[in-house]
Design a protein around this ligand. Structure first.
Ligand code: FAD
Length: 461
């Protein structure tokens, strides 16, 4: 007899969903959390970040208001007030997560946990529990480069609790977290430098969209240094001196490393349980999130499939349905729409232009224009929309949007793309006017054709 049917380690997006649904399906469930309930997304990820994005947009809104006849008085921003408001909201959400677990009958252990064998979990206070199934949902953590003085920098974990916003900030990295924070801190009034070891930003996203956003970030006053790394940091007050690989030095009151995230597997007792890691350090699982050890499953960022909250939730749900619902269910990782809350924002689903072109001949439709509200505001920033269409099959393989509300738009486009809609299905849809989104159904002529036909591909052309 086991103490529990399921013991979940980690109460983030994936773990909470799996625990709650499993309990609702009749399982006796326990969960252990070493930090705060809700995990990265709620406590120091998506949610607080989006709140900060909202806050940062007021500076452009105040500036734009003049063009619409408004006179806005002198404005001032109070970082502490924002952080206090954000903290109150995060406390509220954490409470909801806890209550929902309790209501579902899940036993809560607010402690670190590790495995001692394939059916046993040990808490930090030494208590041990046995479980028929163990689910590892411990997420990821920021990766820090091994450079002298790295301790003078912080990561996205600490940024949400800063006591004040320094005048000059260096953001290291070119991924979505670095780029989002560049926009946030710039909007809140800091002088931001974004530094990346690559010449561009947002690797993995459509290149044209990434270039468009980088140009917009620069136009909004963010300095970008590409092809460069931090060599060492000399700590100082009020500013640190940052030595770069190209010999330059920079002064910054805050250095933020957004240099990737790695799966949280340290000290989990995986060896004791016989759980294997994949090459990149993530827990290796099959399509049902089962590890090589039949009683041990893993979901979310610790498995490094797609590091997104809704994906972790889907994996947690699929786990519960498979193990306790009698319905073997795979989480579907194909054609997942996602947003990047840079300023301008990105919404994206499906293949990038390069990926689509590698599969065959593709019609690329693009529309670049000034959104309507930018015109009276006197804002020159343009919106960019792209549709990638398989030339023969006519299917829309990808859609990429950079501009206001792109994240909101892509959710609906994602349904059409996931369903396999063709360009002609898009064209048959009557436009919603006047919106920016209407461009998605009114792009008539391809801007270019890329990729090679099946015949050329077969001939190696
Ligand atoms: P997590 O949510 O990280 O939860 C893991 C939990 O396990 C944590 O609470 C941790 O404390 C706990 N834990 C770890 N080890 C132990 C242990 N041994 N014992 C007990 N508890 C343990 N995704 C989006 O979809 N959209 C976004 O806009 C977005 N923005 C983001 C912004 C930032 C700054 C960051 C860092 C991430 C963002 N993400 C976003 C990614 C998203 O937060 C993650 O994909 C998601 O939280 C993963 O869920 P998870 O359940 O795998 O892990």
């Amino acid at each position: 007899m086991f103490d529990y049917d399921l013991f979940v380690i980690g109460a983030g997006s994936g773990g909470v969903r799996a625990a709650r649904i499993s309990a609702q399906l009749g399982a006796k469930v326990a969960i252990a959390e070493e930090f705060r309930f809700g995990g990265t997304c709620v406590i120091r990820g998506c949610v607080p970040k989006k709140l900060l994005v909202y806050a940062s947009k007021f500076s452009t809104a105040f500036a734009d208001a003049k063009g619409f006849g408004w006179t806005v008085g002198e404005s001032a921003f109070d970082w502490r007030a924002l952080i206090a408001a954000k903290d109150a909201e995060i406390d509220r959400l954490e409470g909801i997560y806890r209550t929902n677990l309790e209501r579902a009958g899940v036993a809560i252990h607010a402690q670190r946990a590790r495995l001692t064998d394939s059916h046993t979990v040990e808490l930090a206070d030494g208590t041990r529990f046995t479980a028929k199934h163990i689910l590892i949902a411990t997420g990821g953590r920021p990766f820090l480069p091994d450079i002298p003085g790295v301790e003078h920098g912080i990561t996205s974990n600490e940024i949400f609790d800063l006591k004040q916003l320094p005048e000059r900030v260096l953001l290291v990295g070119g991924g979505y977290i670095a780029c989002e924070f560049a926009g946030i801190l710039n909007g809140l009034g800091a002088k931001v430098t974004l530094l990346n070891r690559r010449p561009a930003i947002l690797r993995g996203f459509d290149e044209e969209i990434a270039t468009h956003v980088l140009d917009a970030l620069k136009a909004r006053g963010i300095d970008f240094i590409g092809n460069t790394e931090v060599a060492r940091i000399e700590g100082g007050t009020p500013e640190h001196t940052v030595h770069l690989s190209d010999g330059q030095t920079l002064q910054a009151g805050l250095v933020v490393f957004a240099t990737g995230r790695v799966p949280n597997t340290g000290g989990l007792g995986l060896d004791a349980a016989g759980v294997r890691l994949a090459a990149g350090g993530a827990i290796a699982v099959d399509a049902y999130s089962q590890t090589g050890v039949p009683s041990v499953y893993a979901v979310g960022d610790v498995t490094d499939r797609l590091q997104l909250t809704p994906v972790a939730i889907r994996e947690g749900q699929a786990f519960a349905e498979t193990v306790f619902g009698g319905r073997p269910t795979r989480a579907d990782h194909a054609t997942v729409a996602t947003a990047v809350f840079t300023q301008p924002e990105i919404g994206t689903v499906g293949l990038t232009e390069a990926e689509a072109a590698a599969q065959g001949e593709v019609e690329v439709y693009t529309a670049a224009f000034r959104p309507m509200d930018h015109i009276l505001a006197g804002r020159n920033e343009r919106m960019l929309m792209k549709l990638l269409v398989a030339r023969e099959a006519r299917t829309v393989l990808g859609c990429h949007i950079a501009g206001p509300n792109a994240g909101e738009m892509i959710q609906s486009v994602g349904i059409a793309v996931k369903m396999g809609a063709t360009k002609e299905d898009f064209d048959a849809t009557v436009a919603v006017h006047p919106t920016a989104a209407e461009e998605l159904v009114t792009m008539k002529t391809p801007t270019r054709i890329v990729g090679c036909s099946a015949v050329q591909a077969a001939a190696g052309g």
